[in-house]
Design a protein around this ligand. Structure first.
Ligand SMILES: [Zn+2]
Length: 357
């Protein structure tokens, strides 16, 4: 475990620290109780704290654990920010909303996806319209969702992916595998065919908190892509580049192809734009790197196999869970310390930038 006290060993611990931080600054929170339980029978909840003027024209929204197991980082960032008092300063003239564990199921069960195998950051499409085309992913689906799991299978998938990267580049492989698919409910990066529990909770929060907003900044904390312990701030659209002078760290744009990840469908930033069509929305994914892309992808593929065809309590199951946790949360000081430091800067810089609009 790292020395940093704001990082946690598991979801329940992270939740307790966040709620204690809310209590320390005397701010009430709202709890949304998930219908499922965690692996130890614990309640699963999304907790939301809002402070600052309810009629503010500027709103800063911070989300964590959209991809469940990635929540260790966002949770620590929010908890530390609450304790620092900087968030109280940010709330002068700005409405600040911290949403802890938007996908509590994934956080507690150490999964990137939710209880329905849905990638929440691909779920914010308009489900009444035609679903995005999933043909490209479909051509690889059977190879990415194997019947059996062992070292040879993993090595074969790694070989297939690296051959594609050698021919077409990393972004092309990521776009093919990771950008979001809507056909294979047992597959990877599945966006679902209806709004999930977490999707509905977020829309609920947004409806009541953005009615008077003219400018909204969303900082959505993720891990697993990029250089170890280093953040990249990924904007969904080039227009968001009006925020380019706010931050010390690298700012990129998925649509322009200069980011560490591909263009995605159904992100929560898109959901925010739908919920607050009259506001200027600056949606920023804060992505902290961990390990190389093949290791992280193979951890996701193994976890998908495990929940589909394996046994979580088996020896192999526990090994896979440990690898998923490590891939998204290197719980040691050389990762946690820079992540916490940069996350506090990013939160303060976003608050300052928003206040100056
Ligand atoms: Zn993520």
């Amino acid at each position: 475990m790292p020395d940093c006290p704001h990082f946690s060993a598991d979801y329940s611990n992270a939740r307790a620290k966040f709620l204690a931080a809310c209590a320390a600054v005397n701010i009430p929170y709202t709890t949304y109780v998930h219908p499922n339980l965690g692996p130890s029978g614990e309640s699963l909840c999304t907790d939301c704290v809002c402070f600052g003027s309810e009629t503010a024209e500027r709103v800063l929204i911070v989300t964590s654990a959209v991809h469940g197991v990635e929540g260790f980082c966002g949770s620590a960032a929010m908890t530390a920010w609450l304790h620092s008092g900087d968030c109280m300063q940010a709330a002068e003239g700005t409405r600040v909303i911290l949403i802890h564990a938007l996908n509590p199921y994934g956080f507690a069960w150490l999964r990137r996806v939710n209880e329905d195998n849905v990638d929440l950051n691909r779920n914010f499409i308009n489900h009444e319209e035609m679903l995005p085309d999933s043909t490209a992913y479909g051509s690889l689906h059977s190879k990415l969702v194997p019947q059996r799991w062992n070292e040879d299978v993993a090595a074969g998938i790694r070989r297939m992916l690296s051959q594609h990267v050698a021919r077409n580049g990393l972004l092309s492989m990521q776009a093919l595998v990771c950008s979001g698919q809507y056909q294979h409910r047992d597959g990877l990066f599945y966006g679902g065919t209806q709004a999930t529990w977490s999707h509905r909770v977020l829309k609920n929060i947004l409806r009541s908190s953005t009615a008077t907003a003219k400018h909204i900044v969303l900082l959505d904390f993720h891990t697993g892509l990029g250089t170890y312990g280093t953040p990249e701030l990924i904007c969904a659209k080039p227009a968001d580049n009006c925020v380019k002078n706010w931050f010390t760290d690298k700012l990129s744009c998925a649509q322009l192809g200069n980011a560490i990840g591909p263009k995605l469908s159904g992100t929560i930033g898109y959901g925010l734009r739908q919920a607050a069509p009259a506001a200027n929305v600056y949606s920023i994914t804060v992505e902290f790197g961990t390990y190389d892309v093949y290791r992280v992808l193979l951890a996701i593929i193994a976890d998908n196999w495990l929940h589909l065809r394996g046994h979580v309590q088996s020896e192999m199951g526990q090994r896979i869970k440990q690898e998923v946790r490590s891939s998204f949360y290197p719980d040691q000081d050389d990762w946690c310390e820079p992540v916490l430091k940069r996350s506090q800067c990013i939160l303060n810089e976003a608050a300052d930038g928003l206040a100056a609009i």
